[in-house]
Design a protein around this ligand. Sequence first.
Ligand SMILES: C[S@@+](CC[C@H](N)C(=O)[O-])C[C@H]1O[C@@H](n2cnc3c(N)ncnc32)[C@H](O)[C@@H]1O
Ligand SMILES: [Zn+2]
Length: 398
Amino acid sequence: MDYLLIDEGLVRIKIPQYEKVSSKAPVFYNPAMELNRDLSVAAITAYRQRIDEDIAICDAFTGSGIRGIRYSKEIEGVSMAVVNDLNPLAVELARDNIANNGLDNVHVCREDANLLLRKCRGKFDVVDIDPFGTPAPYVESAASSLKAGGLICVTATDTSALCGTYKKPCIRKYGAKPLRNEYCHETGIRILAGFLCRTFSKYKKYLDFQFSHSTEHYMRLYALVGKGAKNTDRSLESLGYIAYCPKCLNRQVFRGLTPRIPIKCPECGETWDVGGPLWSGKIQDSDFIGSMLNNVPDLNLNTENKVLKLLEKCYEESDAPPSFYDLHTICRKLKTSAPPLNSTIELIKEGGYQVYRTHFNPNGVKTDAPLPYIEKIILKVNRDSNKTEKSIIKKRTL
Ligand SMILES: C[S@@+](CC[C@H](N)C(=O)[O-])C[C@H]1O[C@@H](n2cnc3c(N)ncnc32)[C@H](O)[C@@H]1O
Ligand SMILES: [Zn+2]
């Protein structure tokens, strides 16, 4: 077999040469996930600083070993990392990669991730779940194994299910109905977050989401684990549903597991499309993301610029309400052109409303302003910019 050498962070990793990134490759490695791994290094560094104790990490789906090896080499205070994979070739390669990077605190395991996590109950501070497709079959083992104060990091690449392209797989895997609309990536991440909370709650454990992002073909969540029946019950109150009107774009969050959701949109009488149950609480924590941002310059991340850009956006939207308005979708409904984003945001703010941009969509605004007000502002911005254009043309022709 021919091999390639990959430099990420502070490590050099050997991987089998590949033609196309595929789950059929002898050992899986996806260069497009370097951003995900860089962000993970920044997130676990922030977590380690916060708890101020040495940590043990389980990279339960390791492939080439790259995550566990990077965590051990790049994060201060990692007492031990376990890298695990079912694929015997991956395990062999991970062993080589650990030796070649001169590490003696990274242990290799070849086990089904569920069995490993169940066996190692209470051993790990951080569990990283990065499987092919859905993480759903592995969340319960992570829930049983993680101790209070631990950190769970989860990737999902089955975005077509979470975002509602295929509704039935989402219902099967996550017990939730997705929405197929302009903010379906946020709904998808919230469905995943809700699923994690419901699964952890069986063990009287609750989650405090620190950082969440939807990037390209995947979603990733980082959450602190807490323990106790009372707090778990309280956290479940943040489960809920989002009702969406496909005709007028109105939406509303209904909190609770069995809220009374009217059948029809109160604005236009169209039947609501309802997504959930999902997590309607916070999915970003500004302190945690702030600490990640502070650490980035000291880490050795090839994707540093992208990491900073994404973290800044997530930091900015950390107090924003669920769901967002896509200005382009509103403009299609109004049959008007898209207004400049900045002036629209400024005018909504002048109305006394909160407005945030969102990493989910460059044309998205999260706001507590009602939709009719946003529409009025869009039309005003367009009228004003048309007037300016006309007066420029007039001046030119004079
Ligand atoms: C998406 S890849 C992991 C990529 C790796 N974390 C990285 O950042 O490069 C998923 C890995 O999980 C392994 N795998 C699949 N099912 C598994 C299971 N039940 N238990 C443990 N490993 C499994 C596959 O062999 C594959 O290497
Ligand atoms: Zn409506």
